[in-house]
Design a protein around this ligand. Sequence first.
Ligand code: ADP
Ligand code: MG
Length: 242
Amino acid sequence: MANLIDIRGVSHAYGTPEGRLPVLSNLDISVPEGEFCAVVGPSGCGKSTLTRLIAGLMKPDIGEVWLHGELVKGPRRTVGMAFQNPVLLEWRTILQNVMLPLEIVSPTMPRAKKEARALELLELVGLAGFENKRPSELSGGMRQRASLCRAIVHKPDVLIMDEPFGALDAFTREDLWLTMHDLREKEPFTCVLITHDLRESVFLGDQVIVLSGRPATTQYVLDVHFPGPRVIDGLYKPECSE
Ligand code: ADP
Ligand code: MG
C-alpha cells in the first residue's frame, strides 16, 4: 500500500528574540493510505508545529513532506483540520457550517447534494435532528462532532486533528473515541491525530509515534492494529502488538 504521508528527515527551528529554538529533529513518519497515525508527546514538544508542516502552512528547515506522492510546497485544500476549540460560525446553522467546505471546494455541486452529504455525516456522528440548531445551542462534545463532520465533508486526502478532544470531559471524550471508530468503519480516511493522551493514542491509532526530547525526535513507534482496542462491556481493553 502506498504511503499517503511521507515525512522525511524533517527538522525545524523557530527564530525567537532569544535566538534559534530547535523544535523538531530528523523526523521520519510514514502513514499508509487509510491509516490513523497518532502522534503523542508532552506539551511544547512540537506537535502543533508538525501539523503545520504537514498542512503546508510552514516549510521545514530541513527535510521534506510528501502528500500523495507530491512534495508539499504550500497549503492545500485536500487537508482537513480539526482543533481543540472548534470554530463554528454562530450565524450559520450546524448544517450550514458542515456544508461550508463543499461550498468552497465544490461550488457547482447542487445544493441538495451538499445538504445530503452533510446530513449523512451528521447522522453518522449522532447529530441527526440538530442540523438546524446554532453552534451555541450545542454542548462542547456536540460542537466537536459537528466540526469533525465539517473537516471531512469534502473527503480530504488527510484529516489532521490537533488535540481535538482535549477540552472535553473524560466521558464525552471516550464517547467521541467510539464515534471516531464508527466513522472510520463507514468512511475510511487517513488521519494524523495529535494528542498528549497516551490512552487516546492507543485507542485510536494504527501506529503511535511517541515524540520527546528537545528538539523532539521519534522515541519509539507502537504498532496498534485497527480496530485495536475493543469495547468489552462498556470498558475497553488496549491490545498492543508490541
Ligand atoms: P506542542 O503542540 O507539542 O505543544 P508546539 O509545536 O506548539 O508544541 O511548540 C513547540 C515549541 O515551539 C514550544 O516551545 C513553543 O513555544 C515554540 N513555538 C511554537 N510556535 C512558535 C512560533 N511561531 N515562534 C516561536 N516559537 C514557537
Ligand atoms: Mg499543540
